[in-house]
Design a protein around this ligand. Structure first.
Ligand code: FES
Length: 206
């Protein structure tokens, strides 16, 4: 009899231990689930913030100055027309006819050139002066030059410096022609101006 009571007591104890073990296991599972949820929530929030930041400042695919600027075909000047001012990209789009603008005799077969409008002397914005007479800078008969209002540096249609304190020609930007006749100018890819500016012109027959 005493033996039967003993084994019944042992069974009750074993049941209680098992119940306690299951309760503890459920508690632990709940806790880790909460931890994972909080971590996942935080990760999503931080990811959202970063994506929002990049989107707000347009850093993933920058457009405008610093990124790729698309210029529609209608805005591209014809050969020898006045260079087009592309404000959103801070450059002049020059369409050279043959070796036009090559005042140093390096040659060139013409085409499009994207000239960064920031003067390489002290950084003033260099405008196109359609009526400036080259006679004033030893190039009589050539009308229309880029001429900096700050200290007078003067550049040909190809951005070649012929006068003034600028240490080099106008810098150029990477230009590619699209199938629809528009062009892309990567304003983040700037190359220091050089005597070979006219040779950097990209053929354009659209
Ligand atoms: S900044 Fe243009 S010439 Fe000095």
């Amino acid at each position: 009899m005493a033996q039967m009571e003993q084994s019944a007591g042992a069974a009750r104890t074993a049941r209680r231990v098992e119940q306690a073990r299951q309760t503890e296991a459920r508690r632990l599972a709940r806790r880790s689930f909460l931890r994972v949820s909080v971590f996942a929530g935080l990760t999503l929030s931080v990811g959202g913030l970063v994506a929002g930041f990049l989107g707000f400042f347009n850093l993933r695919h920058p457009t405008g100055f610093g990124g790729v600027v698309n210029v529609a075909k209608a805005r591209v000047p014809k050969p020898s027309e006045e260079p087009a001012r592309i404000s959103e990209g801070k450059f002049w789009l020059s369409n050279l006819q043959g070796s036009e603008g090559d005042v140093l005799g390096v040659g060139g077969t013409g085409g499009l050139l994207a000239l960064y409008w920031k003067g390489p002397h002290l950084g003033c914005t260099v405008p196109w002066n359609a009526s400036f007479n080259g006679a004033q800078v030893n190039f009589p008969g050539v009308i229309g030059w880029f001429r900096c209002p700050c200290h007078g540096s003067t550049y040909s249609r190809a951005g070649i410096r012929v006068f003034g304190p600028a240490p080099r020609p106008l810098d150029t930007m990477l230009l590619t022609v699209n199938a629809d006749g528009s062009i892309n100018v990567n304003t983040g890819k700037i190359t220091s101006g050089g005597a070979d500016n006219p040779l950097r012109a990209v053929a354009y027959n659209a």
